[in-house]
Design a protein around this ligand. Structure first.
Ligand code: HSE
Length: 320
């Protein structure tokens, strides 16, 4: 394939994902993608990159005509939406990892894409390294999609695995998830299911065309799961996992929720441990497929951002 686009990137955020992307891009010279400027909040923090790369002035990126792609990995919904909106209106393509922002602003983001004709991609926002959005977009026919069952939050899956297999208590397991960089800065977002339902909101859009604010979806987290529950499940050869699930009903409507479930050993999702995510898609004629991979962490998330950058070279857009 012949690619015509040189990507000159303005990067917002240099945390776990931003720094991961910076390192990954150093190993992908054939992509013709270069980070020109990085916007950060704290200029005094020590970073492993040339100081000239950094600024605290967002306009240096947004007003720069040479920058044709904004990558936004700041994960604060309000400021992230403002950056994305300004960048699209400026005629730039945007890649984002901000799941909360995407879930909460999807109708406005769809309108902005229509209005500007720019690409807005966010494969990294759900299931990190698993290419779930593009598969739902391109491979499956909505009419034939019978159901999806998925583990979309790495931290809760990590905590539950540690409680089951290493007999850690909840707090110890959560602390470990935080130390390893999987957990949100407010871990309540993981533990109480907010992160999972945010991701689920836009996965439902790509699967079934449903646009629903996450507040309107049924969900709960793992806050009330205790070591005792884990032990009882283990005695029965089962695990407890936080599962997001949607089923198409015979009347064509879709029923959906995010809730902890008992998972028997023969279920594909039983295989999904620690920070890994897994997605089981059931579709007419193709039967079941199981997607599996790391759902959190610096490089797995950066690899999904990289795949979006790669798709921008041929101006890929979601069809919804
Ligand atoms: N806190 C999120 C998780 C990070 O644990 O899945 C990746 O989105």
């Amino acid at each position: 394939m012949t690619y015509h686009k040189q990507l000159t990137i303005g990067l917002f955020g240099f945390g776990v994902v931003g720094e991961g992307l910076y390192k990954v891009l150093q190993q992908t010279p054939s992509l013709s993608a270069r980070i020109k400027k990085v916007c950060i909040k704290d200029p005094n923090k020590k970073r492993n990159a040339p100081p000239v790369l950094f600024t605290t002035d967002r306009e240096e990126l947004l007003q720069d005509e040479e920058i044709n792609v904004i990558v936004e990995v700041i994960n604060e919904a309000g400021p992230a939406f403002d950056i994305v909106k300004t960048a699209l209106l400026k005629g730039k393509s945007v890649v984002s990892a901000s799941k909360k922002m995407i879930a909460e602003h999807l109708p406005e983001l769809l309108a902005l894409q229509q209005e500007t004709g720019q690409s807005f991609l966010y494969e990294s926002a759900a299931c990190a390294s698993i290419p779930v959005i593009r598969n739902l977009e391109e491979y499956y026919d909505n009419d034939l999609l019978h159901g999806i069952k998925a583990i979309v939050n790495g931290s809760t899956n990590f905590i539950l695995t540690k409680m089951f297999e290493d007999k850690l208590d909840f707090q110890q397991a959560l602390l470990l998830a935080q130390q390893l960089g999987f957990a949100e800065s407010d871990p309540k977002l993981d533990v109480e299911g907010f992160d999972a339902v945010n991701k689920w909101a836009f996965l439902l859009t790509h699967a079934y065309g449903i646009i629903e604010h996450p507040d309107n979806l049924l969900f709960t987290g793992i806050q009330n799961i205790h070591a005792m529950d884990a032990r009882v499940a283990a005695e029965k050869g089962q695990q407890i996992k936080l599962v997001a699930q949607a089923q198409k009903l015979t009347n064509g409507k879709v029923a959906s929720f995010v809730i902890p479930q008992f998972i028997p050993q023969e279920d594909h999702l039983a295989f999904v441990k620690n920070e890994y995510n897994g997605v089981v898609i059931e579709s007419g004629f193709s039967d079941k497929q199981f997607f599996y991979g790391k759902g959190a962490g610096s490089f797995p998330t950066a690899s999904a951002v990289l795949s979006d950058l790669s798709a921008l070279r041929y101006d890929y857009k979601y069809e919804y």
